[in-house]
Write a protein that binds this ligand. Structure first.
Ligand SMILES: O=C(O)C1=C[C@@H](OP(=O)(O)O)[C@@H](O)[C@H](O)C1
Ligand SMILES: C=C(OP(=O)(O)O)C(=O)O
Length: 417
């Protein structure tokens, strides 16, 4: 049962490392010319699965007591069985590296993972010289110890991760890789920028001067000792708690500049009427007496949709969340899931093929299925703050990126700061 509150939520939260940065850093460290240290990496199901997958391929990843990971690269070898769980970053980022392995590498994942879009990555790898059986999870790569690489055309309208995955291992392909996108606009483009900047950081040459074309030159990857930033998307439910209750929540160590699209929550909350202040790495959101509705295109920051949808339920007027068609391929069909859950609580929501239109009205308690989706679960927790009797069936789904979510949420509501 989601905890409710009758008073403004006030407190301070430290959010663990970014999923997107941790899993990029792991893939890059696995290809480096020497050991890398990841300081404060995310330790969650998605990042543990990435680490387990790399270990299965022969990469050494040592756990240190302070929570850091020492990654020592080695030859990428099969046979290996890789569990992707429900992690998009594992299922799209690891196969390109596995395609350079010597030996057979089998991939599978959770039941719903088998329905997430995957064929684009596998077809692209085939075009680049890989020997693959399967069209989606489960699939098998018969690695020959090297991948030719070269130019490949993909339709990445369903996920930016198709592009990021190919680029992240491109320096290890014999001919590098040039990825050309043809199709509707690529969603979550800032996540590709995150990939490009991470590659440059480890000395890989990337040309992204033309829209919809990214070229990675083959060459060495430098070791990377880095402190992983907090996960800004995972910070959003805590900020939402302040925004809807007229409270004030501070997130520690908010980066002053970042490649994480989650940073855009500042703009969203401001547009909805909250006050947002970033001082010396502390981001504080103070909720207004009344939030305003918002009409916004979330194509670039679609990962934030569940949190923003929850916020809009408590606004003064209607909201329109547009450009989010591809989130039907996320952990669950998030458009359908949000629409069903909001409707079940008495809410007024209309789902288009690529948008949610929400008009606030009084809600009542009821079931809020998580559909194994961490962000659906945290969206339910936000709603439950002000709607007594919201029952989230699977709060443990938050372990995908934030295993401690329920304790952190309770601590915040208990006024621990
Ligand atoms: O590259 C990444 O780390 C991610 C890219 C985005 O995927 P999509 O492009 O499929 O939205 C985002 O939603 C996901 O949470 C993480
Ligand atoms: C879309 C998400 O995850 P994934 O990396 O599994 O695609 C997400 O975390 O919101």
């Amino acid at each position: 049962m989601a905890p409710t509150t009758t008073r403004p939520v006030i407190g301070t939260v430290c959010v663990p490392g970014s999923k997107s940065i941790t899993n990029r850093a792991l893939i890059l460290a696995a290809q480096a010319t020497g050991p890398s240290i990841l300081i404060a990496p995310l330790r969650s199901r998605d990042s543990n699965l990435m680490a387990a997958g790399l270990r299965a391929l022969g990469i050494s990843i040592e756990d240190h007591e302070d929570g850091s990971w020492l990654v020592t690269p080695g030859p990428v070898v099969g046979p290996a069985d890789i569990d992707c769980g429900l992690a998009g970053t594992v299922m799209r980022f690891l196969p390109p590296l596995a395609a350079t392995a010597r030996g057979v590498v089998r991939f599978d994942g959770d039941p719903h993972a088998r329905t997430r879009p995957m064929a684009t990555v596998l077809d692209a790898l085939r075009d680049l010289g890989a020997d693959i059986a399967g069209e989606g999870l489960p699939f098998t790569i018969a690695g020959h110890g090297a991948l030719a690489g070269g130019v490949v055309t993909v339709d990445a309208a369903a996920s930016s991760q198709f592009v990021s995955g190919l680029l992240l291992s491109g320096a290890s392909f014999a001919g590098g890789v040039s990825v050309i996108h043809r199709g509707d606009p690529v969603p979550s483009l800032p996540h590709i920028q995150m990939t490009v900047l991470a590659l440059r950081h480890v000395g890989v040459e990337v040309d992204d001067s033309e829209p919809n074309r990214w070229t990675v030159r083959p060459g060495p990857v430098s070791p990377w000792t880095t402190i992983i930033e907090p996960d800004l998307s995972n910070a959003t439910p805590f900020l939402a708690a302040a925004a809807i209750t007229g409270g004030a929540v501070t997130i520690k160590n908010w980066p002053s500049s970042t490649t994480q699209p989650g940073d855009e929550i500042r703009m969203v909350l401001q547009r909805m009427g909250a006050s947002v202040e970033l001082v010396d790495g502390d981001l504080t959101v103070t909720g207004p007496a009344q939030l305003q509705g918002i009409d916004i295109d979330l194509h670039d920051i679609a990962e934030l949709t569940p949190t923003i949808a929850a916020l809009t339920l408590f606004a003064a007027g209607p909201s329109h969340l547009r450009g989010i068609g591809h989130i039907r391929g996320h952990e669950t069909d998030r458009i359908a899931g949000l629409a069903a859950n909001i409707t079940a609580l008495g809410g007024d929501v209309r789902a288009d093929h690529d948008a949610l239109h929400i008009t606030p009205r009084a809600l009542h308690g009821g079931a809020w299925p998580a559909y194994a989706d961490h962000r659906m679960a945290t969206a339910g927790a936000i709603v439950g703050l002000l709607v007594p009797g919201v029952c989230i069936d699977d709060i443990d789904s938050t372990a995908k990126t934030l295993p401690d979510f329920d304790r952190m949420w309770d601590d915040l509501l208990g006024g621990v700061s």
